[in-house]
Design a protein. Structure first.
Length: 95
């Protein structure tokens, strides 16, 4: 879970939340300028909380428990992703 304080950070460009034992992604939808997000080395199982991050270009989610990439379809600006060391069962969502 991400802090509710992030709700008002519309100009935030980079956010590094790696190694925080996070289990889900939430409260990021208002970070509309976010370009880089690092969620590596957590316990995240789903990328569904990334909705609304239309400017996100780089996503790092290594060493989590993610099984699906379908939520990435909603990220039109994404050009670089690292999801190594996860529990992926397919790569649907990467275009």
């Amino acid at each position: 879970m991400c802090p509710p304080a992030l709700l008002n950070m519309k100009k935030l460009l980079e956010l590094r939340l790696d190694r925080n034992k996070l289990v889900q992604i939430e409260n990021l939808g208002q970070c509309t300028s976010l370009r880089l997000l690092n969620l590596s080395y957590n316990e995240i199982t789903s990328l569904d909380g990334l909705m609304g991050l239309q400017s996100l270009e780089e996503l790092k989610c290594t060493n989590n428990n993610i099984s699906s990439l379908k939520a990435l379809k909603a990220l039109p600006s994404l050009v670089e992703i690292d999801v190594s060391c996860n529990m992926l069962t397919s790569i649907d969502g990467i275009q």
